[in-house]
Ligand binder design. Structure first.
Ligand code: GRG
Length: 293
């Protein structure tokens, strides 16, 4: 498989579906729909929805059934970035290679654009055709729990509260597990559910998502210190400047790289039950480990 072509073709499928699900720019009130689309179509890598589709295929499902769930997770991810960039949070001017939402539309509209992206995610999930083992309520609950105050928001709260404090590796792991890995794990689990995964398959996909999600954040921490803003499409070096707790800051670059490798191996091990059907997920895990942006 040519991974570059695969990623490009999946991004196109996801972008077309997102375009169908989102109100057009001229729908009243136009400002909010412009702001939602501005951030959603700013050139994100679409990793979470790509993982949703790949997990569905690993479980023998069709990508069409997984597509609404994949798009919902991208909306939630984008909402979290829009809110994280606000002056009262991480205060960033640059995201996905362009000015952040609040820089273009102002804080009020950026807050509302984030709210609307979060809300529309649930509307999009409700459009998914529920498989036999997982009804619509189960799918909605999976999304709500991952985005809620015990997962994504828990991670963000812990991150905010860690500022200026001494943070242990265990604290940092808690932040990453919730801020990053929970959404990634829900993304793959929803893909598996759309494919009517067995309990054994879903457990394996959950393990895969947790390990991959942590690996992804360790790598993100490494890239923040090793890459330029141009390459990343967001402000590089911010973690160091803000004296943020990161893996490189706590254990050094070399050990962080080893940790990312160890977690990727753990993600691979979780895929054993899928045999060859897990090959795309394996390739994606390797790609995330080796990525440069
Ligand atoms: C505001 C509730 C709330 C949460 C914010 C997403 C987030 C939590 C903070 C953003 C900063 C950060 C380091 C998040 C961790 C997840 C992460 C690495 C996001 C970037 O994901 P990519 O690289 O981004 O997949 P693109 O733009 O390609 O989609």
């Amino acid at each position: 498989m040519n991974l570059k072509n695969y990623l490009t073709s999946r991004q196109k499928i996801i972008d077309r579906a997102l375009d169908r699900y989102l109100p057009k720019e001229n729908v009243r009130p136009a400002t909010i729909h412009k702001a939602m689309r501005y951030s959603l179509f700013a050139g994100g890598k679409r990793l979470r929805p790509i993982l949703t589709l790949a997990a569905a295929e690993a479980c023998g499902g069709k990508i069409q059934n997984a597509l609404p769930l994949a798009c919902a997770m991208e909306c939630i991810h984008t909402y979290s970035l829009v809110h994280d960039d606000l002056p009262s949070m991480d205060n960033d001017d640059f995201r996905r290679g362009r000015a952040t939402c609040h820089k273009v539309f102002g804080d009020g509209i950026a807050i509302l654009a984030g709210d609307a992206l979060l809300t529309i995610a649930f509307e999009i999930v409700s459009r998914a055709k529920p498989p036999r083992r997982y009804d619509s309520f189960t799918l909605l609950r999976e999304v709500a729990v991952a985005a809620g105050s015990r997962k994504l928001i828990a991670g963000q709260v812990a991150d905010l509260e860690a500022e200026g404090k001494k943070v242990s590796v265990a604290d940092l792991r808690y932040i990453h597990q919730n801020k990053t890995a929970a959404i990634l794990t829900a993304s793959v689990c929803l893909g598996a559910m759309s494919a009517n995964a067995t309990a054994r398959e879903l457990a394996a996909i959950t393990k895969f998502g947790r390990a991959l999600g942590l690996a992804f954040q360790v790598i993100d921490d490494i890239l923040d210190v090793t890459q330029t803003s141009e390459k990343l499409g967001k402000s590089a070096g911010k973690d160091v400047a803000a004296q943020k707790a990161t893996y490189p800051a706590l254990i050094g670059l070399q050990k962080s790289r080893a940790e990312a490798k160890r977690l990727t191996k753990q993600a691979h091990d979780a895929l054993k039950v899928f045999g060859k059907k897990g090959d795309t997920l394996r390739a994606l895990a390797n790609h995330l480990l080796e990525r440069e942006y």
